[in-house]
Design a protein around this ligand. Structure first.
Ligand SMILES: C[S@@+](CC[C@H](N)C(=O)[O-])C[C@H]1O[C@@H](n2cnc3c(N)ncnc32)[C@H](O)[C@@H]1O
Length: 249
């Protein structure tokens, strides 16, 4: 995947490919990552990219001309790219949306600053707006880094077998099960005995049950979207009855 981030703070966003899974994906050529600074497309001596808002009010607004010139330049090298504007008003990122984005060959992420970008630029050059949640950041850069991380780990070959994304939360609509490592007993807490049993079927059933149970307890609305088969329903019923939850409540 080829991905370009348009930002006034390229050094900040470039950190995302310096480390970990995303860094490895970039190093291995799964992710071709670049940044562009709209300031390089400003035409005045001060390299201005923002202006006072029409109608008055606080803050500044990112001007359309440098952003349009920048996006049009990027489109010359990434002609198939969708341009997404990071915005609290966009479609909220979730695992399914991350998977959709990870399947695209090219993507451009536009980071806003100040009060945001001139609406006419959004109308002309932006394919969709994307949000990382119902809160307001001071800039699109942290949001762009979240989007890049979430989709890069889904690129084919980005994760080793041990880190398979398929067992992560949300990939099958459920939260992940709890994980344990050495030591076997820590501060008087032993790991669940089944994990040491060597019985792969029992371990898989325990993990599935924990995923179902945790999802029911923590994110019941996710469970409501799934149709559980009889085996899953039994695992969940057992989990809840062990916890003393009356399912008719
Ligand atoms: C201070 S915000 C502007 C918020 C805008 N005035 C509004 O209320 O919709 C500046 C920039 O941060 C980014 N941003 C803020 N919150 C975001 C979120 N939840 N998801 C994605 N980007 C966000 C956007 O790029 C936005 O242009």
């Amino acid at each position: 995947m080829k991905l370009e981030v348009i930002t006034l703070f390229p050094e900040m966003v470039e950190q995302i490919v310096a480390w970990g899974v995303v860094g490895r994906a970039a190093k291995n050529g799964l992710l071709e990552f670049g940044t562009r600074n709209p300031r390089d497309y400003a035409t005045d001596v001060h390299r201005s990219v923002d202006g006072r808002p029409y109608g008055g009010g606080p803050g500044m607004v990112m001007q359309p001309e440098p952003l349009a010139a920048c996006i049009r330049d990027v489109r010359r090298t990434l002609p198939q790219a969708k341009v997404l504007y990071l915005s609290p008003q966009g479609r909220v990122l979730d695992q399914a949306y991350a998977a959709e984005l990870a399947a695209l060959p090219e993507l451009v992420l536009l980071c806003g600053r100040y009060e945001g970008v001139d609406e006419r630029l959004v109308t002309c050059e932006v394919d969709a707006e994307i949000s990382i949640g119902d809160y307001v950041l001071s800039g699109g850069e942290p949001a762009a880094m979240v989007v890049v991380d979430a989709l890069a780990r889904l690129l084919d070959g980005a994760l080793g077998h041990r880190e398979s994304a398929q067992q992560d939360s949300f990939s099958d609509g459920l939260l992940d099960c709890p994980h344990f490592t050495r030591p076997e007993v820590w501060e008087e807490q032993a790991i669940p005995a089944v994990l040491k049993s060597g019985d792969h079927k029992a371990i898989a059933a325990w993990r599935r049950q924990q995923s179902l149970g945790r999802t029911a307890e923590r994110r019941p609305e996710l469970l409501e979207q799934l149709k559980l088969n009889r085996q899953d329903q039994r695992l969940l019923d057992d989990y809840l009855s062990q916890r003393g939850v009356d399912q008719n409540d």
